[in-house]
Design a protein around this ligand. Structure first.
Ligand code: DQA
Length: 150
């Protein structure tokens, strides 16, 4: 029997506040809204979707380590502020063999200079920024279109 392909969606610090956090930048949808839609999208494509939001770097790293071992084929990650600071998250993603897509709700290149560089982009197979929550859906589309479980 062929195993259901699995994708993991990781969201970093402060993204639990989506909906009320600077809605003019990050939109009015909550993270639950975004994940529920993604879960449906994944299900329709025959994929299983795991999701974790954490305000703690180590928890995100532990989730990446777990993904290495449980057959996860791809990770969609919005590392939030850790994008701009975390070599540890980059190192963790470098131990993961699957596809990695980095998503930012806002266009980080249009914002403050300290947001222009992301450590994670060095590992990411694709980077999506500035499309709001549609960015997550586009990332999942790309994963489903390019990966098959066989
Ligand atoms: C973000 C952009 C980051 O610079 C910021 O720290 C975030 C969210 C985005 O989704 O646009 O928390 O990753």
């Amino acid at each position: 029997m062929v195993a259901t392909p699995r994708v993991l969606v990781l969201n970093g610090p402060n993204l639990n506040l989506l909906g009320t956090r600077q809605p003019e930048i990050y939109g009015t949808e909550t993270l639950d809204d975004i994940i529920n839609l993604l879960r449906t999208q994944a299900m329709m494509a025959g994929w299983e979707l795991g999701a974790l939001q954490s305000n703690h770097e180590g928890e995100l790293i532990d989730a990446i380590h777990a993904a290495r071992l449980n057959g996860t084929l791809a990770i969609i990650i919005n590392p939030a502020a850790y994008s701009h600071t975390s070599v540890a998250l980059l190192d963790a993603l470098n131990t993961f063999d699957g596809k990695v897509i980095e998503v930012h709700l806002s266009n980080i290149h249009k914002r403050e200079a300290f947001r222009h560089h992301s450590y994670i982009s060095q590992r990411a197979d694709g980077v999506i920024a500035g499309l709001g929550s549609l960015g997550y859906q586009a990332a999942l589309n790309a994963i489903v279109a390019t990966l098959k479980s066989d």
